[in-house]
Every structure is written in structure tokens, then in C-alpha cells.
Design a protein. Structure first.
Length: 205
């Protein structure tokens, strides 16, 4: 800064062009830094909201098992099918069973995870009497919208590579994995004495 004396004897300051350029540059840098901070804070907020929603869904968007039944074919003394009736948990949003998976564990040794698209897995609506409709359901009928919606998932043990039909007294655990990652456990045991009936027989596990 160059100092000049006025006619009245006062000292005046004259700003050079270099100083002005430096000042403008500082303002621009500060503006850019502020923009970066704002963008970063908005990104962090968005990520935090997404993480919160995912964490909530993993707890709330859970499936409940209202019935767990083993099914025996005529004239056979073992359980070939697992019939699992699902409904959504209180507070859960719509759950698409097509995106769920089921892990079947027999006697803590034979474990296999099945998907909706696997052979031997079918979905059935329940009639007013609680019996499954013989015709499988597809598409939107597999989506649990309300708490009053029930869908039975039938898993044929004969279709699984590592698991045999249940013999008398065998313990079985099915872990239901909802699309959000929430887990529900259904545990049961085949009866100690499986009857060799001439008709299909259902056993509460």
C-alpha cells in the first residue's frame, strides 16, 4: 500500500491491484469451501437417513410364522413337506414373499437355503376354513399387504439336495429371512410315532 499525503496534511491509502486480486481470490476460496461443506453435510444426512430406514426395516419388516406343519404322504411314515403359514409382523410394511428365503436345518447337521424360485417351493392362499388353496399363487398374491393376509409356503423336502424327509423324532428348524434381512425362527419336531396312514396326514411340528 502506497501512502500519499493530502493537501490538508492527512495520510491516505491507495490499494494496489495486487491486493485487490488477493482479496477476491480469498472470497472465492471461502465460497468454494462453503459449497463443499454444504454438499458434504447434505450427503451425510442422506446416508444417515438411508441407514436409519434400513435399520428400521431390518427390525420392523419381519415375517411371523402362525402355523408350522409337517405333511406325510399316504402309506409313508416320514414327513415329506413343511407347510409354513406366514403373516407380516405388527408395524411392518408390505412384504413380498418372492424375495424371501428359508433356511431348513434338520438335526443341526443338514442345512439348506431355499428361494421362492426353487423347485419344490410353492405359495398358497388360505381359504376361510384355513385350508390352503390347491392352486399356487403368483405375482401380487405373494405380497402380504395387511395383517389379515396369510400365505402358506410349502417346502418339499424331497426337492432339497442335502436334506432327507423327517423321520420319527427328528428336530427341524426353519429360519425365515424377510427381504429386509429380518429373521424369524420356526422350530419343531416330528412325532415320535409317525403313523403309516392310507391318506395324507398333517402333523403339528
Amino acid at each position: 500500500m502506497e501512502q500519499l499525503s493530502g493537501r490538508d496534511g492527512s495520510v491516505r491509502g491507495q490499494v494496489g491491484i495486487g491486493t485487490l486480486i488477493v482479496f477476491i481470490a480469498m472470497v472465492l476460496v471461502a465460497a468454494m469451501a462453503a459449497g463443499v461443506l454444504i454438499d458434504t453435510s447434505m450427503l451425510l444426512q442422506t446416508q444417515a437417513e438411508a441407514t436409519g430406514e434400513e435399520s428400521t426395516a431390518a427390525v420392523v419388516d419381519r415375517l411371523q410364522v402362525s402355523q408350522f406343519v409337517g405333511f406325510s404322504f399316504p402309506n409313508e411314515s416320514n414327513v415329506h413337506d413343511l407347510d409354513i403359514v406366514h403373516r407380516k409382523a405388527p408395524g411392518a410394511g408390505p412384504i413380498n414373499l418372492t424375495e424371501a428365503t428359508w433356511t431348513v436345518d434338520v438335526e443341526g447337521q443338514s442345512v439348506e437355503t431355499v428361494h421362492a424360485s426353487d423347485s419344490g417351493v410353492s405359495f398358497h392362499e388360505l381359504s376361510g376354513t384355513g385350508q390352503p388353496d390347491p392352486d399356487p399363487v403368483e405375482g401380487d398374491d405373494r405380497i402380504l399387504q395387511d395383517r389379515d393376509d396369510y400365505v402358506m409356503v410349502i417346502i418339499s423336502l424331497n426337492s432339497l439336495d442335502d436334506i432327507e424327509p423327517l423321520e420319527s423324532g427328528d428336530d427341524v428348524t426353519v429360519v425365515v429371512h424377510s427381504p429386509s434381512g429380518a429373521k424369524t425362527y420356526a422350530h419343531g419336531s416330528a412325532p415320535e410315532s409317525l403313523e403309516n396312514e392310507s391318506k395324507p396326514t398333517a402333523y403339528a411340528l
